[in-house]
Design a protein around this ligand. Structure first.
Ligand code: SAH
Length: 194
């Protein structure tokens, strides 16, 4: 498993402000609070992004699916610690901007797609890890199906205002175990299979 210290060190170096265009940069960009990325969407506070990354328990050989690319900041937290990140974003301009942001950082193991992430990304499944950064009422079946045996998913589940941040594990026989990290308030995942 990837070392927590390495993830911490990298987190300290990664500037969230690199993922937000000049017109959207606000005075809180360097603070540990959520910030707007436009279109009513937000990046969570950096310590939550870090915590969710640590909770995935990434391994170097993992294929990771991320739902809700947004600015690409969370994607950039995942990429150095796994084999590949496949990330899906619904809003075209956020997808385009994230692609630019991530290209600038020089990553070569990130694959972006514009589309409905409630469907997952069928072509590259199964995924060892799935990170969902928008909230759902119920975990989409398609995401559960695309999780590999031995895999782990982090996803906020609940009402539009308050959710449980769930850690979902699938064992080698496909049995699902769910535990709750704590409560959070994420923007909503909007899609066909929400
Ligand atoms: N992790 C992002 C922030 C995510 S905000 C970052 O680090 O910047 C949640 C994102 O989920 C938004 O960009 C929103 O447009 C996207 N989203 C909402 N519903 C979606 C869906 N069905 N499929 C893919 N992305 C979706």
């Amino acid at each position: 498993m990837q070392k927590r210290e390495d993830i911490h060190d990298y987190f300290k170096k990664l500037a969230r402000s690199d993922f937000i265009t000049a017109d959207k940069k606000d005075v809180y960009i360097d603070e540990d609070v959520p910030v707007s990325i436009g279109h009513g969407q937000t990046i969570s506070q950096p310590t939550l992004v870090l915590d969710m990354t640590l909770e995935l328990q990434l391994q170097a050989e993992n294929n990771v699916l991320e739902v809700g690319t947004g600015s690409g900041y969370q994607t950039a937290m995942l990429a150095p610690f796994c084999k590949a990140v496949y990330t899906v974003e619904r809003i075209e301009s956020l997808h385009d901007q994230a692609q630019k942001n991530l290209e600038k950082q020089g990553f070569t193991n990130i694959y972006l797609k514009r589309g409905d992430g409630t469907e997952g990304w069928q072509e590259h499944q199964p995924y060892d890890r799935i990170m969902v950064t928008a909230s759902v009422r119920e975990v989409p079946d398609k995401l559960l199906n695309q999780l590999a045996p031995g895999g782990r998913m982090i996803i906020p589940v609940g009402t539009p205002f308050m959710q449980e941040l769930q850690r979902i594990e699938k064992d080698k026989d496909g049995k699902i175990t769910t535990s709750v990290m704590y409560h959070v308030a994420f923007v909503r995942l909007r899609g066909e299979f929400e």
